[in-house]
Design a protein around this ligand. Structure first.
Ligand SMILES: *Cc1c(COP(=O)(O)O)cnc(C)c1O
Length: 235
């Protein structure tokens, strides 16, 4: 992949988002771009910030907390990766939204820490819509029940659903899964459960965010498309 400037990449992604919104007859203001900055140094995050990004996504607690400490305070931090219960205490109070809640036990831990810190934590329930064995997330069948159980925790506010679609060459293959998540959110909304909002759908990554927007995404999570390929250290 050709390495381009973040500014140029952002302009392309924003243009694509605008076009997808137009095609779907949606307002651009209903779609928020999350710059997924995992593994990237704060210098690059600062560059994205300077070009207007205020929503950043990280998938590891320690990395999110470190970046939180040294980046501007008006950033909205999104925890998008699998969350272990023993790490929850470091995270509470620092996130705008936790996208990856997929069990009652994890929700209970978040609730407990939120109580201690006297705050309410906004979350999304992660659904493994495509049923991939390697992915976290609750099943389509269990999602409504899980939402109902989590809704009982007073210091958690359910704001919607999140999914990580399969890795595919052709984004159109994921349209069915984005449509399913949207339908699931409508089904849950129609249950009128107390303390449950279905304001947000977090779906779509670099390879398929335009399709996700056409199917109703409110957050798209784009890493590679903004910051370039990630390099993981071997260990
Ligand atoms: C890494 C990651 C992304 C971004 O992936 P890209 O393909 O680089 O855009 C989005 N969502 C989650 C949950 C991720 O872990």
């Amino acid at each position: 992949m050709v390495i381009k400037m973040i500014k140029e990449n952002l302009a392309i992604v924003e243009q694509n988002i605008a076009e997808a919104c137009k095609a779907a007859n949606r307002k651009c203001s209903d779609v928020t771009l999350i710059a997924v900055s995992k593994t990237k140094p704060v210098e690059l995050l600062q560059e994205a910030y300077d070009y207007g990004c205020r929503d950043f996504g990280e998938n590891k607690v320690q990395e999110l907390v470190e970046k939180y400490e040294c980046m501007p305070k008006d950033i909205k931090w999104h925890m998008i990766g699998h969350l272990q219960r023993n790490k929850v205490k470091y995270l509470i109070g620092k996130t705008y939204l936790i996208h990856s809640v997929d069990s009652v036990r994890l929700a209970e831990e978040i609730h407990k820490e939120a109580l201690k810190q006297n705050c309410t934590v906004s979350i999304l329930v992660e659904v493994n819509v495509a049923g991939e064995e390697t992915k976290y997330g609750t099943t389509n069948e269990d999602a409504i029940q899980l939402v109902a159980e989590i809704s009982k925790f007073s210091n958690i506010s359910i704001q919607g659903l999140m999914t990580i679609a399969p890795y595919v060459e052709n984004a159109e293959e994921n349209r069915q899964y984005f449509g399913k998540l949207k339908q699931l959110s409508v089904d849950i909304m129609n249950k009128n459960i107390d303390n449950v909002n279905m304001n947000f759908l977090s779906m779509g990554m670099t390879g398929d965010y335009q399709v996700a927007i056409q199917e109703g995404a409110s957050f798209v999570r784009v890493g590679t498309g903004i910051f370039g390929e990630r390099q993981y250290k071997c260990s």
